[in-house]
Design a protein around this ligand. Structure first.
Ligand SMILES: [Zn+2]
Length: 576
């Protein structure tokens, strides 16, 4: 690529809406442009990176026995009705009608389409296992698209689906994908970890997310360094501290005027926040449910959904409070709350010496004991783990870290195959549902994650495996004949070897060339300047380390060859 002829519209200023490094740098360096909120154009350099990442994914998926196909983005409503997800997916699914009024969704995921394909075309145990994948555009109408490629509305995804005869086969397919994922993220230059994850709208029982640790990540992961327990905070468990016990003191009502927050009430009563019972009112499928958590914790709604076995719930809004006048907003407590179901966090089981709202304005109850003063219908784990909590496996200290989810794998079991009648015939001719798994990688999100892990204040630092080019040739004072000829020679030599290089053939100052090169982040740079005039040597610079080496042309080419060879060796090797 000749820089003078390549479409690389760099910017001096960051876009106003760019909150994080990957968004800022990919736009400034001319890899990306925004068309509309959460919708992007990939320019030549950005497209190259997407292709590099896609190639790594294809190599590892093919090596793992998956076969590439292409599925439509537009999916008929009828298929989504079969799985029950047409209504469940809600406004996140983009929907449209054709001229005849038939309804379609733009695929946020492809379980329905692939299950339909397989049920119509696979009927014998002999054809299983089967693993099919695609790399294509997905749509999710995010409430708040942000962070550039991290939360986009249209994005590129690799999704794979496995079909097996039985549960054991499904587990094997799952493990094969899990291992391939580790190799993919390692080859893309990412530090990553696999963590236990919630299954959400996709469904199934077992799932892992692949997280790239990054401060800007929207996911929180609970980790134990002692036993390697790792789980998304959405479902990470933790050992409760010893529950406080009561001393048999009589229940007492205390006047607590003008004290509303947990902190204010706790301070007034001289109690730790964990001794105060927070009584949260939820409307669950139209009926009120009280959820009790210790005052220093929040309710975890992903866990709550599992306990309630429904996604149809919300915290009381103003109208809900008006509809239930017997529940006094701000002073609800479990004592005497006989009309509603009470769910409490495990921590409160048998707890005493507690304080809670008295169901009366400006009053709280103290010396409250669970079991004696109120009854809980169900105890469950409904609060989130946080740094300092005890590991559920070994009891050592957990820490919570932010990460970007770049991939997720699911054991779906029979969820879709039973709902959509995706059956095969076994050796005896008996029809059985197929065990499915599904496996996603956010390709464009992975590109952003790579940048989050590889940049400095001057620009991007691409890992060689996904860089848009391996070498950036900079001839300083390009109009000087001998330097220009040396640059052209080197460019040609690289092209003959089939390498991807970028030649800065612009008549710009050295300062501009270096600043742009830093911003673009190509791993190696060959500078042709004063050294060349003196003894014909070039300067090889590493973007990642800023190290510089003076060498002749042949040594430089050999050095690059070594680097490229190493990348090839990494391919298909161990990882993670
Ligand atoms: Zn542990």
């Amino acid at each position: 690529m000749r820089q003078s002829r390549t479409f690389i519209p760099t910017l001096r200023e960051s876009p106003a809406d760019a909150e994080i490094a990957s968004h800022r740098l990919l736009v400034r360096a001319g890899f990306l442009r925004k068309v509309a909120s959460g919708i992007y154009e990939f320019l030549p350099l950005g497209t190259r990176v997407v292709h590099k990442i896609s190639r790594i994914i294809r190599e590892e998926m093919n090596a793992a026995g998956a076969q590439e196909i292409m599925l439509p983005i537009m999916q008929p409503r009828e298929l989504w009705e079969e799985s029950g997800r047409w209504s469940k997916y809600g406004p996140e699914m983009m929907r449209l009608k054709d001229r005849a009024g038939r309804e379609f969704g733009l695929g946020p995921t492809h379980e329905e389409v692939i299950t339909d394909l397989v049920r119509k075309n696979v009927s014998s145990y002999r054809e299983l296992p089967l693993n099919l994948y695609q790399i294509g555009s997905k749509f999710r109408d995010e409430v708040r698209p942000r962070f550039g490629l991290l939360r986009a509305r249209e994005f590129l995804m690799k999704d794979a689906y496995s079909f097996d005869r039985d549960e054991e086969g499904m587990r094997l397919s799952y493990q094969t994908m899990y291992d391939a994922y580790g190799r993919i993220f390692t080859r893309c230059g990412c530090t990553w970890r696999a963590v236990e994850a919630a299954t959400g709208l996709i469904g199934g029982d077992v799932s892992h997310e692949f997280m790239v640790p990054a401060e800007v990540g929207e996911d929180q992961v609970a980790l134990c360094d002692a036993c390697s327990y790792a789980a998304n905070v959405e479902l990470a468990t933790y050992r409760r501290h010893e529950t406080p016990r009561g001393e048999g003191k009589a229940l007492e009502k205390v006047f607590t005027p003008d004290r509303r927050t947990i902190e204010e009430v706790g301070e007034f009563l001289g109690l730790e926040p964990s001794r105060l019972v927070k009584c949260l009112m939820y409307l669950v499928e139209g009926r009120p449910v009280a959820v009790l958590v210790p005052g220093d914790r929040e309710a975890n709604e992903v866990k709550l959904a599992r306990v309630l076995e429904t996604d149809e719930f919300r915290l009381f809004n103003e109208a809900d409070w008006r509809d239930h006048p017997q529940l006094l907003q701000g002073f609800v407590g479990p004592v005497g709350l006989d009309s509603v179901e009470i769910i409490a966090d495990e921590y409160l089981r048998g707890a005493g010496g507690l304080a809670c709202g008295a169901n009366q304005a400006d009053y709280h109850l103290v010396n409250v004991e669970e079991g004696r003063d109120f009854r809980v219908h169900r105890f469950a784990d409904v609060t989130s783990a946080r740094t300092g909590d005890a590991c559920p496996r070994c009891g050592e200290t957990l820490r919570v870290e932010a990460g970007i989810e770049v991939g997720q794998v699911f054991q779906l079991g029979l969820k879709y195959s039973e709902a959509m009648r995706c059956y095969y015939h076994d050796e005896e001719g008996v029809a059985r549902p197929m065990y499915m798994g599904c496996y996603g990688i956010g390709v464009t999100r992975l590109m952003a994650a790579v940048v989050e892990q590889h940049h400095d204040d001057r620009g991007i630092i691409w890992p060689p495996s996904v860089a848009p080019a391996i070498l950036h040739i900079l001839a300083l004072d390009y109009q000087r004949e001998e330097r220009r000829r040396a640059a052209e020679d080197l460019y040609r030599a690289c092209m003959e070897r089939g390498w991807e290089v970028l030649l800065d053939d612009r008549e710009e100052s050295a300062g501009v060339k270096f600043a742009d090169a830093d911003l673009l982040g190509i791993p190696f740079r060959a500078v042709i300047g004063k050294g060349y005039d003196e003894d014909g040597s070039l300067e090889l610079q590493e973007r990642a380390t800023s190290r510089r080496f003076r060498m002749d042309r042949e040594t430089l080419l050999a050095h690059l060859q070594d680097t490229l060879d190493t990348l090839e060796v990494t391919a298909g090797g161990g990882g993670g």
